[in-house]
Write a protein of this length. Structure first.
Length: 83
């Protein structure tokens, strides 16, 4: 087995483990939504806030995630503050 082939197999294994983590987090998310709340509201409002699959995948693949602009961060903060 060559080094590039080994690296490719390792990346495939990591992606397979990521899919398994996704399944585990999806089950945990379903459990949270079924009962656990904080002051009558869910602790995590979206699944992506609970587990960001795309971010984890990009980390494995070595891709950089595009950072949102400061304006977008401010808008998100205001929206969450008013909720």
């Amino acid at each position: 087995m060559t080094v590039p082939e080994y690296e490719l197999r390792m990346k495939a294994y990591q992606l397979q483990m990521l899919d398994r983590q996704y399944e585990i987090h999806m089950q945990a998310w379903a459990n949270v939504m079924a009962g656990q709340t904080k002051k009558g509201r869910p602790v995590f409002r979206t699944f992506e806030k609970f587990f960001n699959y795309r971010k984890a995948e990009q980390k494995i693949l070595g891709k950089k995630q595009k950072q949102p602009s400061d304006t977008k961060n401010l808008q998100n903060w205001i929206a969450n503050f008013n909720s």
